[in-house]
Design a protein around this ligand. Structure first.
Ligand SMILES: *Cc1c(COP(=O)(O)O)cnc(C)c1O
Length: 815
């Protein structure tokens, strides 16, 4: 966008206090990730739950001087105020006007699942065909969509936007501001959103987006969707896709076989090799093909683009570098929008010193002088200590960059210069077009190279959290269980990410775990499920909230509160015993509990219990009894207390199986990591953990020789054996050696042979063609999956994750 304050006020009937001639090109809504203050206004968005006005000061501190808000705060000087009646209405009105006056082709994506992935795929396939703008992350809400639309500028030819709703009547509002020419409807789940009366009501609402669309591309596997679309939009061009043969575009043949995937597109066949072959991925692929065809892309290019998808890691990863550096690697594509996203990401870290590696921008249609001027302005605002420019184009504009700037013709030249190896204690952003292969720099900068890593995809965690939230009523709070180092994945990193995404509570097992989070700066309320007696002082000092499960603990904790001199009512959480027989107050103890609490400086913040068998359909009757006992006992206690603490009972599988018992809060654990015992739910979740290593050595072993300790494996022909640098000390149980467990290489399973050693193990790679030393081996992720790996180990996924040794390096990925 590009408007003066005056124009904005005229479009939205807002009131101006201050300079009406300031030009605005961006609106920032999150004060923490403001990456540029130039031509930028901060909007204080007020929602039912939260007021953005709290963050006005932080935005002004960062250098913003235009504030859009429902109220003016005169204590801030030299600020231009755009005063609006309602912040969300304002955004929508402005975005609606802006979209109406833009001239791009637009794709609108809605549905229950797959919106973000399809949007990202479409973007990856189309950004070098058209000048393309897309919603950032999963910005698709009443606030996210307008912010996305406001990114459109005159140079854009194509816009790809997601649209999400969770309540009746929301689509109408969004369709008012955004009417895509191409409508894309992804999968609609049968577990319908909590706020709709029926699946039909949900479908009716979602497809309102397509009122003015010329083409509607939809997942026709759901009969009701198919019927509704055909009924309501009979006069439009309709294309259905999915698995059913009745669709115009469908997946053909046996998808589990190791063959190419065939998509029947009307009367032609499109054939491509597929890496991931789960139903959701292939359904999304057929949607992708349909949209690309609709945009006139030819089959050969489509197949090339699909092939490129899997090899492309379009994501931002933050890695611990050597010399106390943090390295942010974003080496897929480079255009202005993705540069902005990377700069935002950079600003989430507060390292005072920073450097940038930036390459030519390739394949973007635009005047290069103007382009690099814009790039340099953005970069100059970040105040980098060093800027390294790579490429024959960008280096011609090096004098535009104000930091200490170095130029190189290619990546190799930068490597050889050794400049990077001198950097210490900085955050280093690697941002480049793919052909420059700047990921090579990542390898140089990375801390202690370890071939075995546990990769945690934070986006997938967010997706899983949002999926569970979509089942719940809007006001229901969520506690994320990050006990035991967040099930082994890294409690600080996960908590920091969840805090950023406004999780209501964190749950840990012991006080130490909570103390560590507080020391590293986590401020979200933390409940300690099992506070040990010696730790009460730390609990109070670090503002942690204990679970109280017996009179003994209650008295001891109360003493600690008194001793500490704490002068408010200290929040505690009362655990009730309802059938698990682990910890908790029993029904007959409640009168005494209430009496004991009366004269104490404690406040019951919540009342909870824990389900023993929410994952077992056969134990439904028992579980229903737990709910009954909880309802009865918690209501009794609440009546006695005379105030209303929040109540919570559901763990992950409780959320999906017993949604109606959500009370005021739920406690998510394994579900946020993408695991569900229910196959239908499992399809909707994304796997977030990938345990990987690389092949150290490959040997051809003569017939009759043995492999490993105790000669447990003997070859019966000339056999190709690979050695992996990972063993039982890394958390691979010794019991899965000797042909019990498998690992994955190039989509194929390879059996573990012989005894597993402490730091190594051997696998048979006879059946794997082209395998070579240094190849990546998947211990678990997709093939084998975490569930399959747990089955080899004869245990549950929880134990597998928490058993991975701390010496295995964790790395975190987010978009
Ligand atoms: C670990 C835990 C949870 C989460 O359980 P999941 O099965 O991983 O969802 C919930 N509540 C309590 C009390 C827990 O200890």
């Amino acid at each position: 966008m590009n408007y003066t304050v005056k124009q904005i006020a005229a479009i939205t009937s807002a009131q101006i206090i201050g300079d009406e001639n300031i030009v605005l090109k961006n609106i920032a809504f999150d004060s923490r990730i403001i990456y540029s203050t130039k031509n930028t206004a901060f909007i204080a968005v007020n929602t039912k739950k939260n007021s953005g006005e709290k963050f006005i000061e932080a935005a002004i501190d960062k250098g913003i001087n235009v504030i859009i808000s429902e109220h003016q705060y005169p204590q801030f000087e030299n600020i231009t105020w755009i005063i609006v009646g309602n912040s969300i209405d304002f955004l929508q009105k402005l975005a609606g006007y802006h979209f109406e006056n833009s001239h791009l082709k637009s794709i609108g994506i809605t549905g229950s699942n797959g919106k973000t992935i399809l949007k990202e795929w479409l973007y990856q396939c189309l950004w070098n065909e058209f000048s393309t703008v897309k919603s950032p992350k999963s910005f698709n809400s009443q606030i996210g969509l307008p912010l996305s639309l406001l990114q459109i500028n005159d140079s854009h030819e194509l816009g790809i936007f997601e649209v999400g709703i969770s309540k009746p009547d929301e689509m109408e509002k969004l369709e008012n501001i955004f009417h895509p020419q191409i409508g894309l409807l992804t999968h609609i789940g049968t577990a319908h959103a909590a706020n709709f009366q029926s699946e039909e009501a949900l479908i009716d609402e979602k497809i309102k987006l397509f009122k003015e669309s010329e083409v509607i591309i939809y997942n026709g596997d759901n009969d009701l969707v198919d019927k509704k679309i055909k009924e309501i939009y009979s006069s439009k061009k309709l294309i259905s896709y999915g698995f059913k043969k009745e669709n115009n575009v469908y997946i053909k043949g046996n998808i589990s076989a190791d063959e190419n995937i065939i998509v029947q597109y009307f009367d032609e066949e499109i054939i491509f090799p597929a890496h991931q072959r789960d139903e959701a991925t292939l359904t999304n692929a057929s949607a992708l093909i349909t949209v690309l065809k609709e945009l006139g892309i030819d089959n050969k290019k489509i197949i090339e683009k699909i092939n490129a998808l899997k090899s492309v890691e379009m994501r931002l990863e933050a890695i611990e570098g050597s010399k106390n550096n943090i390295v942010i690697n974003d080496s897929f594509n480079l255009d202005l929008d993705s540069l902005k996203t990377a700069l935002q990401f950079l600003n989430e870290y507060n390292k005072p010193k920073r450097s940038l590696v930036l390459t030519d921008i390739v394949g973007v249609k635009s005047d290069s002088k103007q382009l690099y001027e814009e790039v340099s302005e953005l970069v100059n605002e970040q105040k980098f200590d060093f800027v390294f420019l790579i490429g024959s184009e960008i280096t011609q504009f090096s004098e535009l960059f104000k930091s200490k700037t170095f130029t190189f013709i290619n990546t190799q030249e930068l490597i050889e210069s050794k400049y990077l190896t001198d950097i210490e204690n900085q955050i280093i952003l690697l941002k480049g077009a793919r052909k420059f292969e700047i990921e090579k720099l990542k390898d140089i900068l990375e801390l202690r190279k370890h071939d075995t890593v546990l990769e945690v995809n934070l986006n997938a965690i967010l997706h899983n959290i949002n999926y569970h939230k979509s089942l719940l009523k809007t006001g229901t709070k969520m506690m994320a269980m990050v006990k035991a180092n967040a099930y082994g994945l890294g409690s600080y990193e996960i908590s920091e990410f969840l805090q950023h995404h406004h999780i209501d509570y964190l749950g840990v097992a012991y006080a130490d775990e909570g103390v560590e989070l507080r020391k590293k700066g986590i401020t979200t309320p933390i409940v300690v499920m099992n506070p040990e007696q010696h730790s009460y002082e730390a609990v109070i000092e670090y503002n942690l909230e204990p679970e109280i499960y017996s009179f003994r603990v209650l008295e001891l904790f109360n003493e600690a509160v008194q001793k500490s001199g704490y002068d408010h009512k200290y929040p505690i959480h009362i655990k009730l015993e309802t059938g698990m027989h682990r910890l908790g107050f029993k029904g007959f103890e409640l009168d005494q509990l209430n009496e004991t609490l009366k004269d104490k400086n404690l406040k019951v913040q919540s009342i909870l219990t824990h389900l023993s068998s929410s994952d077992l359909p056969d134990e439904k009757e028992f579980t229903l009894n737990q709910f009954k006992t909880f309802e009865k006992n918690s209501s009794y206690l609440i009546e006695k207390l005379g105030y209303q603490p929040i109540r919570h009972i559901l763990n992950s599988s409780g959320i999906t199986s017993y949604t109606e018992h959500q009370y005021d809060m739920v406690r998510i654990g394994i579900g946020m990591l993408g695991e569900s015992p229910n196959p239908e739910i499992q399809k909707q979740l994304q796997s977030c953990v990938s345990f990987k290593t690389v092949i150290s050595q490959i040997s051809l072993i003569e017939n009759g020789e043995s492999v490993g300790y105790s000669r447990k494996y003997k070859t019966d022909h000339l056999t190709k054996i690979a050695t992996l640098p990972v063993g039982y000390a890394d958390g691979i149980p010794r019991l899965i050696g000797n042909l019990i467990g498998n690992v994955g290489i190039n989509k194929t399973l390879a059996p573990i042979v012989g005894n597993i050693c402490m730091d190594m193990m051997m696998i048979n790679v006879d059946d794997i063609s082209n395998v070579k030393e240094g190849d990546i081996v998947t211990i678990f992720n997709a093939k084998p999956s975490l569930k399959e790996f747990a089955a080899y180990c004869k245990t549950i996924t929880y134990e597998v994750l928490t058993s991975i040794s701390p010496r295995v390096k964790r790395i975190y990925i987010k978009d």
